[in-house]
Design a protein around this ligand. Structure first.
Ligand SMILES: NC(=O)c1ccc[n+]([C@@H]2O[C@H](COP(=O)([O-])OP(=O)(O)OC[C@H]3O[C@@H](n4cnc5c(N)ncnc54)[C@H](OP(=O)(O)O)[C@@H]3O)[C@@H](O)[C@H]2O)c1
Length: 267
């Protein structure tokens, strides 16, 4: 059983449903041990299939799902996690996240966390956490009963959105940061600074972006259905950037956010 969230995971957002099981299975065979899905992605059945097809022992894999914001009240959350548990069909899920905070605080975080604890007792999940929480929302969550056990705050972080205040506030609370959209919707591949650092190390631009996140003690999620991309992305864990590389990437921050739907909190 894995007890801490693995630092490099495969994302499955916007992955063609027909390709999901194969992508998950291929990543697990390469060495990935962390798969990220969500109720909203509508692919939990295929993710579970990929886990089973991979041949990797279930206990060696960390699978995260996320509960959508319209089902954060007690009854709806428990029902949705029963559904996720059945769809994934891989036994107890390793982590369930609150995908987005309840808009306008309609459902108090204390109710949601109590329901997560109930889901643990029911054997549906082992751990829980949050996603897209601002620093004040996370501070409130950590203070609520059960809040000390929040494993991670999954947020957007990329070279163009260093998200420093929120990353620092999350880490100061002892909560792990997990980064999504680390390539900023493909922009990292074509950025001249990232490309020149990649050339210097004989690496790919994606590897440079991931290595920069790992140097900040941030868990990386990247999505790919292409086995070659999966392999080179995975190998980013071996790339060590020097202080000047990191300073050059730090300077790319322009606070540019890709994920900002109408129900997002006020960042
Ligand atoms: N909590 C949230 O609200 C939230 C929001 C967004 C995402 N997420 C999670 O975070 C995960 C990561 O975000 P993301 O999907 O935007 O990931 P990403 O890794 O930034 O982007 C994925 C895209 O990059 C391409 N790609 C990946 N590696 C590549 C490489 N080495 N060379 C060229 N292209 C490459 C993939 O295409 P190929 O398949 O062709 O490789 C895919 O189209 C998501 O999948 C999801 O699980 C969470």
């Amino acid at each position: 059983m894995i007890e801490t969230i693995p630092s490099f995971g495969l994302g499955t957002f916007r992955v063609d449903a027909a390709k999901t099981a194969q992508a998950v299975s291929s990543a697990l065979q390469i060495g990935y041990r962390h798969i990220d899905t969500a109720q909203y992605y509508n692919n939990e059945v295929a993710v579970g299939q990929g886990v089973r097809d991979s041949g990797v022992p279930r206990d060696d894999i960390w699978v995260t799902t996320k509960v959508w914001w319209d089902r954060l009240g007690r009854d709806a959350l428990i029902a949705s996690l029963k559904d996720s548990h059945a769809k994934l069909d891989i036994g107890t899920l390793d982590l369930a996240l609150v995908h987005w905070p309840s808009p306008q605080g309609a459902v108090p975080i204390a109710e949601t966390l109590a329901a997560m604890q109930e889901a643990q007792k029911l054997g549906l999940i082992r751990h829980y956490g949050v996603s897209n929480f601002t620093a004040p929302l996370l501070q409130e969550a950590v203070k609520a009963p059960g809040g000390k056990d929040i494993v991670t705050n999954q947020i957007e972080v990329s070279p163009f959105l260093a998200n420093r205040k929120l990353v620092d506030a999350t880490q100061a609370l002892g909560v792990k940061v997990t980064a999504y959209m680390p390539l900023s919707e493909g922009r990292a591949h074509n950025d001249s600074t990232i490309k020149s650092i990649a050339e210097k190390h004989g690496a790919t631009p994606a590897q440079v972006a991931f290595a920069w996140l790992l140097s900040r003690d941030i868990v990386v999620l990247s999505a790919s259905t292409n086995a070659e991309h999966q392999k080179t992305n995975w190998d980013a864990q071996k790339l060590k950037l020097d202080a000047s590389d990191i300073a050059r990437i730090d300077a790319l921050d322009e606070g540019r956010r890709n994920a900002n739907p109408s129900f997002a909190p006020k960042w």
